[in-house]
Design a protein around this ligand. Structure first.
Ligand code: ADP
Length: 206
């Protein structure tokens, strides 16, 4: 079975981490060799960038933040994603470039065209085969997050920021057929049933 690249997206608290373990189990049960990674991060250098990007005490200009996201991504694409795909493995990433369009673009106001330049520079045409977008209203995600963890530099942003992030994700989902939008307000088994069906289609099994 040929390599596939899957990304998981959504506003903070939508349920990405929750569903990652289900995806891991689904793929393992079918003997599909998979590399799991996350953004920002996923390489030693990328994880150091992640610490700076998420620390609430970091003061980063908007361009610096955007460039650091792509610096982390470049290292990840070169060291992890491309080699895995070339070896025929599947890759599942918790966030990828759609998150930069959504957070730095929609959330913070970086023009889409500027992000697109960096996307082409770093990815040179590489795109996910499937992007699972966990879609949930900000109020629902905010309540889930508040109950589950200490918030990072993005998670502490106000409701209207997350609302813009969500809208940008939905706008991209309407433009690119690789997206599969999941109503993430439902209970976890219902969402995972739909994720399983999407993975089956991608794998070409029923
Ligand atoms: P993310 O990784 O997208 O930020 P998480 O997977 O960490 O989100 O989920 C945030 C919190 O919400 C966790 O406590 C998780 O158990 C809970 N949660 C996730 N999905 C659902 C769901 N569909 N219904 C109810 N609670 C959920």
């Amino acid at each position: 079975m040929s390599a596939r690249f899957i990304t998981l997206e959504g506003i903070d608290g939508a349920g990405k981490s929750t569903h990652l373990s289900f995806i891991a189990e689904w793929l393992a049960q079918r003997g599909i060799e998979t590399v799991f990674t996350r953004e920002p991060g996923g390489t030693p250098a990328g994880e150091r960038l992640r610490e700076m990007l998420l620390a609430r005490e970091s003061h980063l200009s908007l361009d610096t933040e955007t460039l650091m996201m792509f610096a982390s991504r470049q290292q990840l694409v070169a060291d992890v994603i491309r080699p895995a795909l070339e070896a025929g493995k599947w890759v599942v990433s918790d966030r990828f470039t759609d998150a930069t369009f959504a957070y730095q673009g929609g959330g913070r106001g970086v023009p889409e065209a500027r992000i697109a330049v960096l996307e082409e520079w770093v990815q040179q045409g590489l795109q996910p085969d499937l992007t699972l977008l966990l879609d949930v209203p900000q109020a629902v995600a905010g309540a889930r997050m508040a109950a589950s963890r200490e918030l990072d530099r993005f998670e502490v942003e106000k409701a209207d920021f997350h609302q813009r992030v969500r809208e940008t994700y939905l706008d991209r989902a309407a433009r690119y057929p690789r997206f599969h939008v999941l109503d993430a307000t439902r209970d976890i088994p219902a969402i995972q049933h739909e994720i399983g069906a999407a993975l089956s289609r991608l794998a070409g099994v029923s």
